[in-house]
Design a protein around this ligand. Structure first.
Ligand code: SF4
Ligand code: SF4
Length: 422
């Protein structure tokens, strides 16, 4: 069995967020690669949305445990099928139960086709951050993101995005990488720039076989294809040292090059502590571990403390740190941290695993981007350092043991002490 974390109370683990599958697998689209929804784009007349009593119980208990911040992510199926009244209820409960001065954040991942001005007004009012799934320009997107009649959804998605823009809602773009766009890095980046999409992230398309939890995740694209895609995308993203579009994978690399930790769980030293809930309240440690073997309980019956301290969650949190020998000695470990445990093939007792399925993709992009990332990182660090010295230290250098002004969380003497302030 893998090492388990020595946590005896949730207090030891700090704050945690929640990702909730708002309407179970109900969805108005029938994307051909989706392995979650089986309703074929035709949800029944009664949407399986989260029950009000469970919502109330959970939000009350979660808010009592929140320590100044509460973070909710709403996913589907298609979460907008829950209706405006559902999200009005959510924000009302959040406000009713939140201790004073709690920062509440709501993120929502949607296919974008149901967004209207009313939805956008609600998102703006309550400052939801919206993720929209777009796989590229219409010819690429419409191949696979279709409705129950097989018709592409691109035009409806773009109308939804127009609503968000009219109401100044913050949004980002999520592109699933599959065999239809994996060789089209240039086309994708040009599309994002043309549409002025400022924030983009890629997710490799998982294969239906990935529902078998005992297997390593399997994908619609090969590690070679993913590595090649990332290198080509990097060339466009880099743009002579002046990136115009924020691409999450590269932003994470840049963070590490400026002395910070990556923000993506895949490349952090530990897995996300987020609790993942099915629509009926069943709880799991990660979206990729929704399986009976990893079920922690149900928020309607079990206390949050019981769910957070469940042995399966402890075991899960230990997996990421149980790195294969290849990762422990890898020159790219600070950037990669071994990737995602779901992408490793594990021994039955979880004591040992192969490296991440995309290991060779990561090695390839890290080597390819190395020099330019380091140059960009050094220049960004210098810029942040100079700005913060002027702003926070009135132009004088901080003490050697002060936090470094570049924001790396390291002491000044161990970080930018060699930088001369202009
Ligand atoms: S298993 Fe993978 S996706 Fe899940 S939290 Fe860990 S790194 Fe992230
Ligand atoms: S690049 Fe490969 S070997 Fe290196 S840390 Fe990542 S998964 Fe492990």
């Amino acid at each position: 069995m893998t090492d388990t974390c020595a946590i005896t109370d949730y207090e030891d683990y700090g704050s945690f967020g929640v990702l909730w599958k708002t309407v179970s697998e109900d969805c108005n689209l029938a994307c051909d690669y989706c392995y979650y929804s089986t309703c074929g784009g035709k949800p029944g007349p009664r949407i399986n949305r989260i029950d009000s009593a469970i919502l109330n119980t959970f939000i009350q208990e979660y808010m009592e445990m929140s320590k100044g911040s509460a973070s909710f992510a709403w996913q589907g199926g298609e979460p907008l099928l829950a209706g405006l009244d559902f999200f009005e209820e959510v924000v009302t409960l959040q406000a009713a139960y939140a201790p004073a001065h709690t920062a509440i954040s709501n993120a929502l991942q949607t296919n974008g086709t149901l967004i209207t001005d009313k939805w956008a007004a609600l998102f703006r009012k309550y400052q939801f951050l919206i993720g929209i799934s777009v796989d590229g320009p219409s010819d690429i997107h419409d191949e696979r993101r279709v409705d129950s009649r097989g018709q592409g959804s691109f035009d409806r998605v773009m109308k939804g995005i127009d609503c968000l823009r009219r109401h100044q809602v913050d949004f980002n773009i999520l592109t699933v990488l599959h065999r239809g766009n994996i060789k089209k890095a240039k086309e994708l980046i040009e599309f994002y720039e043309r549409e002025e999409f400022a924030y983009v992230q890629f997710i490799p398309c998982m294969d239906f076989r990935s529902q078998e939890i005992g297997m390593a995740g399997s994908y619609d694209i090969t590690p070679e294809e993913y590595g090649q895609f990332l290198c080509e995308a990097f060339d466009y993203w880099y743009n002579d040292g002046q990136p115009r579009t924020s691409i999450r994978f590269f932003d994470n690399m840049l963070s590490v090059c400026t002395g910070r930790e990556a923000e993506l769980c895949v490349h952090r030293s530990g897995c996300s502590t987020m609790l993942v809930l099915e629509q009926n309240g069943d709880a799991y440690p990660c979206d990729f571990y929704i399986h009976d073997d990893w079920k922690l309980g149900n928020v309607a019956k079990d206390s949050l403390n019981e769910l957070l301290l469940h042995p399966a969650r402890m075991s899960f949190l230990g997996m990421k740190k149980t790195l294969p020998a290849a990762c422990q000695n890898c020159e790219y470990k600070p950037l990669c941290n071994g990737g995602c445990p779901r992408n490793r093939k594990w021994a039955d007792d979880l004591s040992v695993s192969d490296p991440d399925y995309f290991c060779s993709s990561y090695k390839r992009i890290y080597a390819y981007a190395d020099e330019r990332m380091k140059t960009l990182g050094a220049s960004l660090r210098r810029q942040l350092f100079t700005e913060n010295v002027q702003r926070n230290f009135k132009g004088r250098l901080p003490g050697r043991n002060d936090p470094c002004p570049c924001g790396s969380s390291r002491k000044f003497k161990n970080c930018c002490a060699d930088i001369t302030v202009s």
